[in-house]
Design a protein. Sequence first.
Length: 443
Amino acid sequence: MKITVFGTGYVGLVTGACLADAGHDVLCVDVDPAKVEALERGVVPIFEPGLEALVARNREEGRLGFTVDAAQGVAFGTMQFIAVGTPPDEDGSADMQYVLSVATTIGRHMDGYKLVVNKSTVPVGTADRVRATIIAELAGRGVEHDFDVCSNPEFLKEGAAIEDFTRGARIVVGTESDKVRELMRECYAPYNWNHDKLIFMDVRSAELTKYAANAMLATKISFMNEMANLAERLGADIENVRLGIGSDPRIGYHFIYPGCGYGGSCFPKDVRALERIAHEVGYEARMLSAVEAVNDHQKSTLFNKLSNAFDGDLNGKTIAVWGLAFKPNTDDMREAPSRTLMEAVWAAGGHIQAYDPEARDECRRLYGDRNDLTLAEHRVDALDGADALVICTEWKEFRVADFKAIRDALRTPVMVDGRNIYEPDSVRAAGLLYFGVGRGDSV
Ligand code: NAD
């Protein structure tokens, strides 16, 4: 099949590369010339395990191309995937300008049947808006062409995006049309042979499914953080509680880790956007508001614990931070808890000495050259002369640590473990003061 993908971010590039790898001919379009130029040279501007090799292989095979030329993109594929950003507007609702601009482009240039597949996370009713935009463009040109619009929300996780795309639990498609069902089946056939993962439904349900999935996952995190905060005040250990409740198959062990709050480009914005969607139809989504409020509070726990350990005075203190990305295996720092921590430390007059295996460039891009930020090349360098260590991201390489060496490198023996990756007793045995999340050690 000939497939065009608009947007070469985490979703668009992974979609394009995986569909090309399955044998389709794919052209990716982006409005960012620097991104397209880099991709044409084989440089993948984001860190996503396996993606660079996948892009390289399919470029060499001639199945994957990149362009800024939208007209060429529209002419290329029968299938036109929309995978552009839907960032939050000022009121928290999804900003639809990029999606609708692609719809305008398609309407402006199409000269035959197109199936427009929306992969971006969008409010319920967007397929209708995309359809209306294309119809208006065609009317403006005085031409008529047949086309369909379907919803195909993406569920991939950054850090495991290729695995999720190629072996995901389900492929949701919102459409009422047999023709679209057939085209989507053909498109995904290479990744749908083990068992049928395609779930067809009406368009509005498909659009809501994506928000409901992210809201459910965010709810699990906020629920566990609420329990952790309670455990902390009651002298209980949330890690024991986690094992205790996870053993119930109705609850399960997945995604019930307490920590320093969720971040990233999806959960925060999608929970807020769903709240706005509810508001617009006259429904107050009380649970979503609570999920968000708990998360906002949780993101400040690292700073509060740290500050309490120094009697509220972080002025002139150097804080070592391990992990900047919002989760392991990505360089994405959008809404990361590390940012809440660092910005609070700076406001309190402290200095940050940070290490992350992948997100150093992103941190430099976000914060520039500041006197109160040092980015270390190795995790041990971040400790050098620091007053405390805070773990913000549970990268695998942090899981085994020499606690005695950490204690010796720090000026004061304070460790705040925002992801509960260490056993408190082992850390304390090395002479460090250990503060985890919800581990009966409220400070
Ligand atoms: P991103 O910000 O990484 O990439 C978006 C890309 O679209 C950018 O490269 C931008 O230059 C490009 N773009 C903007 N306008 C364009 C246009 N008119 N034509 C062509 N390209 C254009 O975004 P992302 O993280 O890939 O997310 C895309 C969508 O998928 C969002 O709606 C997001 O909520 C959703 N989503 C994201 C993830 C994730 O983990 N990142 C997972 C599932 C769903």
